[in-house]
Design a protein around this ligand. Structure first.
Ligand code: C2E
Ligand code: MG
Ligand code: MG
Ligand code: MG
Length: 278
């Protein structure tokens, strides 16, 4: 009896993994045409200075609506694109879009707007990465310091010499390096000691920040003179905690969800939020 139940469960598991595999293959197939079919777009979420509510920059976040008209989350398709190697083409496409948008906003009255762009560990392994980014910046006459490259804590980076070299080249170019999802890995301190990260971004899993882990991470950032960005700020109490902990920057649905560029207001000051707390 138990044996048969176990067998059936095993069959069900097999079917489930076959379904998952089919979906992955379908997405890989559809991703091949995603760029040429104009199925990709970039949305932008404001990064806010918590002291006064000013918008200081944005994070570029990729969106994909596939040929079945289904919106696929980057949490699903980025790992698939990494596995298939498509992340390189997609990553360059995002870099170009986000750098062009940043230049556009500089020209349109927000000359200090900083653009945060997510970069996969696979992109850092590409020996042409720094050169290609440099040529995008040169073409746009966009100073590298306005580009903040978000890299996730990942042993694939520290243990890969080429990736570590790329990080140093990028820092040399003048881009700012931002450690994304900070606190979720287990090797956070060694990252900071040996790698040129300028900014730390605390993962949203630590929100609403009324816990010792959040305050410890923020204190650590202060100790190391690294500015801190908190992601996933959804509520006023969360904002208040972060402000009390002297966390400098934040982003989250409390301010604004990610939006297409024409809906983004680069000069927005979230004054209602600060005045309530003042
Ligand atoms: P991430 O870089 O940590 O980005 C933050 C995620 O939190 C985004 O999800 C954003 O929409 C979401 N978020 C922002 N504010 C809030 C909030 O207040 N509450 C909650 N619950 N969520 C919030 P999204 O856009 O779905 O992206 C998921 C992940 O996909 C990103 O996490 C990043 O790792 C990856 N990703 C997105 N775009 C790109 C890209 O262009 N390249 C690469 N390599 N990865 C990307
Ligand atoms: Mg990010
Ligand atoms: Mg993050
Ligand atoms: Mg995160």
């Amino acid at each position: 009896q138990a044996k048969r139940a176990g067998k059936n469960r095993y069959k069900a598991f097999d079917r489930l993994s076959a379904l998952k595999q089919n979906r992955k293959l379908k997405l890989v197939d559809q991703l091949h045409h995603a760029i040429s079919n104009n199925e990709l777009s970039v949305v932008y979420q404001p990064i806010v200075r918590l002291a006064d509510g000013m918008t200081v920059g944005s994070e570029a976040l990729l969106r994909w609506t596939n040929s079945d008209n289904e919106a696929i989350s980057p949490a699903e398709f980025i790992p698939i694109a990494e596995h298939s190697g498509q992340i390189l083409d997609i990553g360059y496409w995002v870099l170009e879009q986000a750098c062009m948008q940043c230049k556009k906003w500089h020209n349109e009255g927000a000359p200090h707007h900083a653009m945060a762009i997510n970069v996969s560990s696979h992109q850092l392994k590409d020996p042409h990465f720094t050169r290609r980014l440099a040529s995008i910046l040169t073409e746009l006459s966009l100073p590298a310091s306005f580009i903040h490259l978000e890299v996730t804590e990942n042993s694939a980076i520290t243990e890969d010499q080429a990736s570590v070299a790329t990080l140093h080249h990028l820092a040399g170019l003048g881009t700012k390096l931002l450690l994304d999802d900070f606190g979720t890995g287990y090797s956070c301190l060694s990252y900071l000691k040996d790698l040129p990260f300028h900014i730390l971004k605390i993962d949203k899993s630590f929100m609403p920040a009324d816990n010792t882990i959040a305050s410890t991470i923020i204190a650590m950032g202060h100790e190391m003179n690294r500015p801190i960005v908190a992601e996933g700020i959804e509520t006023m109490p969360c904002y208040a905690h972060l402000k009390a902990l002297n966390c400098q920057y934040g982003q989250g649905f409390l301010f604004q969800k990610p939006v297409p560029p024409h809906q983004f207001d680069t000069s927005k000051r979230y004054a209602c939020i600060t005045s309530v707390l003042a």
